[in-house]
Design a protein around this ligand. Structure first.
Ligand SMILES: Cc1cc2nc3c(=O)[nH]c(=O)nc-3n(C[C@H](O)[C@H](O)[C@H](O)COP(=O)(O)OP(=O)(O)OC[C@H]3O[C@@H](n4cnc5c(N)ncnc54)[C@H](O)[C@@H]3O)c2cc1C
Length: 370
């Protein structure tokens, strides 16, 4: 089978890339299992009604001119741009003019004996079994890992009426993020009745219990693991793990390969203002996916999209524009948390529970570039 552009991965970035290519009259082949599933609802609405949300349905994709192949790429020769895809009908060989890698992050349980049986709700297919469990009535749930995904998940479960314990090896939820996010996260969890236990070292697990070093055995009906993801390429894609995330060039090309592009959580993207930036968030997946499509269509603009992420922790609405990695100091100014670089220019603004002030936050960061 021949394709003009074969996109490996039908998540947020791959789907954005496919829709943009189709808009520009280039017919993409979007490869991935099933229909494209959105990720943010997996820690929010899907934990209350058990149902993942689609990014786009078959009718819309067909109507836009996006071809789909329901399967997983399991080997590839990127020099020849040949992909082998496993489908229910058997193996299919694809020979592509251009290849786009959009395989995102792999979310797995940490290597603790027994923890591999826990649910990893960053993966949509897990909801086939998890959904019915959560919608059959209140359960006791343990969430392992208090980063954004785990903290959001714990809050959503509590809002849905479940009894939730959130554990982490670190002392505070959202501990790897800048202040005041850990305190805000903790306060919201307390308000929702989530029990947070920090400093937890898990020694072993079953589907229903965790044996810890200093906190005894913790038991629950359901255990969710949210300990983060790592950039992921399927075996055979001829890049080394040490090359991940993939540092793409201004043209979004993978170094050392012809007409092989990458986007989404997989990449370190050269940002005009912030330099090479790893920013694994939804809006950047859309932005880099569309940027790849533009590069394939022959547009040579540089990547300058203002970084933006949001998080809903129960009722709390967090949103941030700019790049926290460039901040030297944070100050609260008129209700906004403004981060400035070494020269005093605003490079990041955190907006808490004030979605209408997002535009103002953008202006502050944009004017900081002048
Ligand atoms: C649970 C969760 C909640 C999130 N919530 C937020 C939020 O509230 N706000 C925010 O800003 N960001 C959020 N994010 C981050 C955001 O969703 C990601 O940055 C975005 O999904 C990355 O897009 P991607 O296309 O790179 O990867 P993904 O969307 O993860 O898609 C990768 C796709 O590639 C497929 N794939 C992998 N290997 C193969 C293969 N060999 N062959 C074919 N297909 C393959 C996978 O099955 C998957 O569908 C969240 C992420 C997760 C996981």
């Amino acid at each position: 089978m021949k394709a003009d552009v074969a996109i490996v991965g039908n998540g947020v970035a791959g789907t954005a890339c496919a829709l943009r290519l189709a808009r520009d009259g280039i017919r993409p082949l979007l490869i991935g299992r099933g229909l494209p599933v959105d990720r943010p609802p997996l820690t929010k609405s899907a934990l209350s009604d058990g149902v993942p949300r689609l990014l786009s349905d078959a009718a819309r994709l067909d109507g836009c001119g996006v071809e789909r192949l329901d399967g997983m790429v399991f080997s590839a020769d990127l020099t020849a741009r040949m992909l082998t895809v496993t489908t229910e009908q058997g193996e299919i060989e694809i020979e592509a003019e251009s290849v786009v890698l959009a395989t995102g992050l792999a979310y797995r349980s940490p290597p603790v004996p027994g923890l591999e049986d826990a649910f990893v709700n960053a993966n949509p297919h897990v909801f086939d079994a998890l959904g019915p469990l959560l919608t059959s009535g209140p359960v006791e749930a343990i969430v392992v890992g208090a980063g954004l995904i785990g903290t959001e998940s714990a809050a959503s479960l509590a809002q849905a009426g479940h009894a939730v314990t959130l554990v982490d090896m670190l002392d505070r939820p959202l501990d790897r993020l800048h202040d005041p996010l850990p305190e805000l996260g903790r306060a919201t969890l307390d308000e929702l009745g989530v029990r947070f236990i920090g400093g937890v070292a898990i020694e072993s697990a079953t589907g229903y219990s965790l044996a810890t070093a200093a906190h005894g055995t913790l038991e629950a009906d359901v255990i969710l693991v949210a300990t983060g993801g790592v950039p992921f390429l399927p075996p055979g894609l001829s890049l080394e793990v040490s090359e991940l995330p993939v540092a793409v060039g201004d043209d979004m090309l993978v170094p050392g390969h012809e007409r092989v592009y990458a986007c989404g959580d997989l990449v370190l993207v050269p940002h005009t203002r912030f330099g090479p930036m790893r920013f694994p968030h939804w809006d950047a997946a859309i932005g880099t996916g569309e940027h790849v499509a533009d590069a394939i269509a022959g547009t040579t603009a540089l990547y300058d999209r203002l970084p933006y992420w949001w998080s809903d922790i129960g009722p709390r609405r967090l949103a941030e524009v700019g790049f926290a990695g460039a901040v030297e100091s944070w100050v609260e100014e008129d209700g906004l948390h403004v981060g400035r670089d070494g020269g005093g220019a605003p490079v990041c603004v955190l907006v808490v529970d004030a979605p209408r002030r997002l535009r103002e936050a953008r202006t502050i960061v944009q004017e900081g570039a002048a």
